[in-house]
Design a protein around this ligand. Structure first.
Ligand SMILES: [Zn+2]
Length: 297
């Protein structure tokens, strides 16, 4: 558990699962936002939700039974998969997701959402705490970000590529009032899955918003100047990959990996991605699709 501010706490629980020969860590971060009413942002996976519910009960002042809203940043299974378990504890919390994600939430979360979210919607939690909804497609069509009025915390889900790091547990111990510092220079994950053009538009839109804290669905939260700085790194990362990819023959993943790793160092990113191969294959395909659509490939 990490206390982001008096009214925002984050929780994470994870399990390691084996897929073929790989071990994969299943996790995502959920946030509790408090006004007079309380909202839970995201539910994590089905397999990690029970752990989160236990953590909420024993580590925070928030009660699962008292949640008024469960707001989803998007429908992916690692964000909406735990929905049915939270709803089992609390049947009165209203579940909300972007209007385009309702069917997928039903599939992955096992619950029919009560409310559809649209860009510009405001959810009043009382006590001066209002959550604004920003539609942020790119990672998925149904992605939204949530901006809290009190702290100006921007909760982004996967709309902004999270840092490739599992430092979450370690940064909890900091007694500094800012967080994320050492990790701002890590290479952000290029969080595109669905639509690269929409993704970069979203990053630019978010860059114009006044926020003090950036809270991702995975990785590390950032506060103060580092929050904006991190967003800039994500844009720089996208531009970098965009440039390299136009110079590399289609499907030459190996050359792409080499070139990207070389350029990362040149840009001052610290460290290299743990799994550059997977990351670059993923990057290559999504950005290729983007360039093809623009007629540049
Ligand atoms: Zn996602």
């Amino acid at each position: 558990m990490m206390i982001i501010s008096e009214n925002i706490h984050s929780l994470k629980s994870y399990v390691v699962q084996k897929f073929k020969s790989h071990r994969v860590m299943m996790d995502s971060i959920v946030y509790l936002v408090k006004g007079e009413k309380t909202a839970l942002i995201d539910t994590s996976h089905f397999v990690t939700a029970e752990g989160l519910i236990q953590k909420m009960r024993y580590l925070t002042d928030f009660d699962v039974e008292d949640l008024s809203y469960i707001l989803l940043t998007h429908s992916h299974a690692d964000h909406s998969g735990g929905l049915s378990l939270f709803k089992r504890c609390n049947t009165k919390a209203l579940v909300a997701c972007h209007e385009s994600g309702k069917d997928s939430v039903e599939v992955y979360g096992g619950v029919t959402p009560d409310l559809s979210l649209h860009n510009g919607d405001r959810i009043d939690l009382g006590d001066g705490q209002v959550i604004s909804v920003i539609h942020s497609p790119g990672h998925s069509q149904d992605s939204v970000c949530f901006l809290t009025s009190k702290e100006k915390a921007l909760i982004v889900g996967d709309s902004v590529g999270p840092g490739v790091d599992d430092a979450f547990e370690r940064i909890q111990s900091t007694d500094d009032d800012s967080f994320g510092g050492p990790y701002v220079e890590r290479i952000p994950w290029l969080g595109v899955l669905n639509d690269a053009a929409a993704y970069i538009d979203t990053l630019n839109t978010l860059g114009k918003i006044d926020f003090n804290i950036l809270l991702p669905g995975h990785g590390v939260p950032f506060s103060g100047s580092m929050a904006k700085q991190y967003l800039d790194r994500c844009v720089a990362h996208f531009d970098l990959v965009d440039k390299i990819i136009t110079e590399i023959p289609e499907n030459d993943y190996k050359l792409l990996v080499e070139e990207i790793c070389k350029k990362y160092v040149g840009l001052g990113f610290k460290g290299l991605p743990r799994e550059p191969w997977n990351m670059c294959v993923f990057t290559f395909e999504t950005v290729n699709a983007f360039l093809r659509r623009q007629g540049r490939l």
